[in-house]
Design a protein around this ligand. Structure first.
Ligand code: GLV
Ligand code: MN
Ligand code: MN
Length: 428
């Protein structure tokens, strides 16, 4: 079972020029999936852009002599085996240390969210080898599919499948915007999805996962530090609201005779903002809305709307969503519309493993500890194995936009920090 490389064209690794250099690696993928109008990177899972990046990663990993495999959940693993070379068997991969991130993106995102963790992992492997580090346990660089959930709706889909946090039957039934199922899209990318599902044996062989990520806020800018450790991820979830009314003619239908789902959607949007504003440090967002069929002179028959709510306290997230649904239901009744609500994904608050963080802090004594409002595969895996994260300063503080940024010197500092952490973990 594998994701075919080359299906969507490959980017050849440029070789020695990228050795130990995450900036040079990032430069190689600049432009892949970038909108011509400067509207940012759009690299949905299994799209031509994401497949090119997967092939590019595989070529770089193989060029480094790492043994590359794609597991039955579409996660790529590039192994630096203790015995060395691609002949080492999976059974020798016990007690492994794993690092990595994702290569898919949100619509209109930056070049750092995901890829920074992947290129830093490759560069850190180079540094460890240059320094003559001899691991006593295997090290893998992992690339997780559909971290953003921007194609099939469920965030961190690959790590959720691995950890058994989403049922395979549910994933088989997921459809993208074009109506294609997960299995169909996967097959189009050369990936057989029939075996997706929990993989406790693989997880059980991992002793720690460390993900490096661009910071998605201004914590490091304000602290004047290049690299931080992660403390916690706040609870977050996504809900799909389907509002159905009665399509009709914009000119011929009197205002009093309408059943217009767009009016109900406007109440949902207003409620998300108002209910989140009423709770200290809560976040509520409607970033995606689809009016059906979508014509200027057409009263819509339906609206699909997705909401994203976050807070440190799980109960507050639940309460905000209940309030929004109640407000929207009232508006739907008044407009003679129907409302259906489905939870797409939910991630409780994650406090990263304190023992692992202590070990990371021992080799990075000056690094501050920051919490984040963004979700990560490390957050999902934290329920099963010790996980930790490193954040790299982002001068704009912005993410999920092309304004996301990282200075080359900070990228190098991130690689150095990751290399130190990995050296500590693989040699003890
Ligand atoms: C992913 O970046 C998320 O926080 O939704
Ligand atoms: Mn993201
Ligand atoms: Mn990310």
């Amino acid at each position: 079972m594998s994701v075919l490389s080359g299906r969507a064209g490959t980017v050849a690794p440029s070789g020695a020029g990228t050795h130990g250099d995450a900036n040079a690696l990032l430069a190689e993928i600049e432009g892949i999936g970038l909108a011509p109008d400067g509207g940012g990177y759009t690299r949905p899972v299994f799209s031509p852009a994401e497949l090119r990046l997967r092939s590019w990663f595989t070529a770089h990993a193989e060029a480094r002599g790492l043994a590359v495999e794609t597991d039955r959940n579409g996660i790529i693993w590039a192994w630096w085996d203790v015995a060395g070379g691609p002949t080492a068997t999976a059974t020798a991969r016990r007690d492994a240390i794993v690092t990595g991130s994702h290569l898919d993106s949100v619509p209109g995102g930056g070049n750092f969210d995901g890829p920074l963790g992947v290129v830093s992992a490759l560069a850190a492997v180079d540094l460890l080898r240059d320094r003559g580090v001899r691991p006593v346990r295997p090290l893998a660089v992992a690339v997780f599919p559909e971290e953003e959930g921007s194609r099939f709706g469920i965030a961190c889909l690959g790590s959720r499948l691995l950890a058994g946090a989403v049922a395979p039957e549910r994933v088989h039934a997921l459809v993208d915007d074009s109506g294609s199922t997960f299995d169909e899209v996967a097959a189009g990318a050369g990936f057989d999805a029939s075996g997706i599902g929990p993989d406790p044996d693989r997880l059980g062989d991992i002793s720690a996962f460390v993900e490096l990520h661009v910071e998605q806020g201004r914590g490091l800018v304000d602290l004047d530090q290049p690299v931080a450790l992660a403390g916690a991820i706040i609870a977050h979830g996504r809900w799909h609201l389907r509002i159905e009314g009665r399509g009709d003619h914009a000119g011929a239908t009197r205002m009093a005779d309408r059943s217009d789902p767009v009016i109900v959607a406007s109440e949902a949007i207003r409620s998300v903002r108002q209910r989140a504003l009423a709770v200290d440090d809560a976040r509520g967002t409607v970033g995606r809305i689809k009016v059906v069929p979508g014509g200027t002179n057409v009263i819509a028959s339906a609206v699909d709307l997705w909401i994203d709510v976050r807070h440190r306290d799980v109960e507050r997230v639940r309460r905000i969503v209940e309030q929004v649904v109640a407000d929207t239901r009232r508006a739907a009744e008044a407009e003679d519309c129907t409302l259906a609500v489905a939870e797409q994904s939910f991630s409780p608050t994650v406090s990263f493993d304190p023992e692992l963080r202590d070990r990371m802090q021992a080799v990075l004594p000056g690094a501050p500890v920051l919490d984040t409002g963004a979700g990560h595969d490390a957050g999902v895996l934290a329920a099963s194995i010790p996980t930790g994260m490193l954040f790299v300063r982002n001068p704009s503080g912005a993410s999920h936009t092309p304004a996301e940024s990282a200075e080359p010197a900070d990228v190098a500092a991130g690689v150095e920090a990751l290399a130190r952490v990995l050296e500590h973990l693989v040699t003890r």
